[in-house]
Write a protein that binds this ligand. Structure first.
Ligand code: MG
Length: 203
């Protein structure tokens, strides 16, 4: 499986990092070794001093798809979860300044927290789901999928023009405003609506 992640998919987040609002989706990837599931602890890596959380709605792909059209995009995902796109913001800033790819800042081991998945049928619409992140019991991020610049089905159409989607792939759909650093000892808890989806302790 692979993780495809979307950058700058909420206007308020693009602005908080002084990035332009993109005209087409910003795509990057994480390898399967990035996935961190089952509420396992996240160990702060020695190569960064500025690891940030980015809480994101995640969709799971259920069919192989290449050149998916918008009419059929809904057939290509079956479940929804919540995750964190951990980002080494210090490394990313260096890479951005040099015009280099983001992999070392984004694709490192355990940088993709993922919750258990919920069947998409449990939601009235993929385009109106509230989610939030708490750090040490305080809400730090709140989003609703209706505020995405590119909605889930447009992302499936766009990505599959370039990259074949396969069953089990995950799409991290971008983070709303409120990203920030974590420290050893922090506890992160993600929620979809009122449902607790994951807990991650920073060790
Ligand atoms: Mg992100």
């Amino acid at each position: 499986m692979k993780v495809i992640a979307i950058g700058r998919n909420y206007i308020d987040h693009a602005k908080e990092l002084n990035n332009p609002v993109p005209a087409s989706p910003v795509i990057f990837m994480k390898p399967d070794t990035a996935v961190l599931k089952d509420n396992k602890d996240f160990y702060y890596p020695e190569f960064s001093k500025d690891i940030h959380y980015e809480c994101e709605l995640v969709v799971r792909i259920c069919n192989e798809g290449k050149h998916v059209t918008s009419k059929f995009a809904h057939k290509y995902y079956d479940a929804i979860g919540l995750g964190i796109d951990f980002t080494a913001r210090d490394i990313q800033a260096e890479q951005k300044a040099k015009g280099l790819p983001w992999e070392l800042a984004k694709a490192f081991d355990h940088s993709a927290v993922i919750s258990n998945m919920i069947a998409k049928e449990e939601f009235e619409s993929i385009n109106n789901i509230n989610f939030s992140l708490q750090k040490n019991g305080e809400i730090v991020q709140k989003g609703n999928t209706k505020n995405m610049i590119f909605d889930v089905e447009s992302l499936i159409v766009y990505i599959s023009k370039y990259i074949t989607l396969r069953k089990g792939d995950l799409i991290y759909t971008g983070t709303p405003a409120g990203v920030g650093p974590v420290q050893i000892g922090d506890k992160l808890q993600g929620f979809i609506e009122d449902r607790e989806m994951f807990t991650t302790h920073i060790k």
